[in-house]
Write a protein that binds this ligand. Structure first.
Ligand SMILES: NC(=O)c1ccc[n+]([C@@H]2O[C@H](COP(=O)([O-])OP(=O)(O)OC[C@H]3O[C@@H](n4cnc5c(N)ncnc54)[C@H](OP(=O)(O)O)[C@@H]3O)[C@@H](O)[C@H]2O)c1
Length: 212
């Protein structure tokens, strides 16, 4: 089992995944701009915590669970320490003033732009964009939701599939990192459905009628 750093693991998505991964037996390191905040969050989650640099260096998988608005600056801060690691991208580019509205991103998607920028030495995998953190915070061991996993390196995607399963979700190998644009665009659509129909955390389910 790889050590997983969650940068922004003090927040909604990161802390919810951290709890589930720790319960599944993964070693998780929370990274924060405020190391004391990371250590406090880690203490309640059964994880380790520290600065962003400490979390990256301690891990094999680095998840950037931070808002889109600060993603690129954060990546610039750590990019020279990511070589050889898997970068897990759950970031959804939305209008901060209206999270039901998708934003056009240079490079096609946050994850594809990160892969283009970092090169082959860092294996970028996109996942979790369509899962509402509120469900991950529930006590239910299994959640009736699917996760699309996109990336150019199959073994990295398989490793992330295990993290998806460990979080109580069902994962699908959904193609190269170019396909992450679809997952990133689906998230604001789901949020719009929540608002329009009062769904409270709509998710994704892959169906194949006629297949048993
Ligand atoms: N929430 C969800 O349901 C959900 C679902 C799917 C995908 N996502 C995506 O996952 C990412 C995290 O979402 P979230 O809801 O967990 O975010 P969040 O709770 O608003 O923030 C997560 C963490 O990001 C760090 N952060 C906030 N502003 C920052 C800044 N200006 N510079 C650097 N770090 C900053 C903070 O950590 P420190 O202060 O400790 O550094 C914060 O605890 C987003 O890109 C979102 O689109 C979220």
């Amino acid at each position: 089992m790889p050590v997983v750093a969650i940068i922004g693991g003090t927040g909604r998505l990161g802390s919810a995944l951290a709890r589930r991964w720790v319960e599944a037996g993964y070693r998780v390191v929370i990274g924060s701009r405020t190391p004391a905040r990371a250590r406090e969050a880690a203490r309640t989650l059964g994880a380790a915590g520290g600065s962003i640099a400490e979390a990256v260096l301690a891990s094999e998988v680095v998840m950037l669970a931070v808002p889109y608005a600060c993603h690129d600056a954060l990546l610039a801060e750590i990019d020279d320490t990511l070589d050889g690691r898997i970068l897990l991208e759950p970031v959804v580019p939305v209008d901060p003033a209206d999270p039901t509205r998708a934003l056009a991103v240079p490079g096609g998607s946050v994850a594809a732009a990160a892969q283009a920028r970092l090169g082959r030495g860092v294996r970028v995998v996109a996942a979790f964009q369509t899962v509402a953190a509120k469900h991950l915070r529930s006590d239910a061991a299994r959640l009736d939701m699917d996760v699309l996993v996109c990336g150019n390196d199959r073994s990295a995607c398989r490793l992330v599939l295990h993290l998806v399963e460990a979080a109580g979700l069902r994962g699908w190998l959904a193609g190269p990192i170019a396909n992450a644009a679809a997952s990133e665009a689906l998230a604001p659509v789901l949020r719009h459905l929540n608002r329009e129909y009062g769904l409270g955390g709509a998710g994704l389910r892959v169906v194949a009628p006629g297949r048993s």
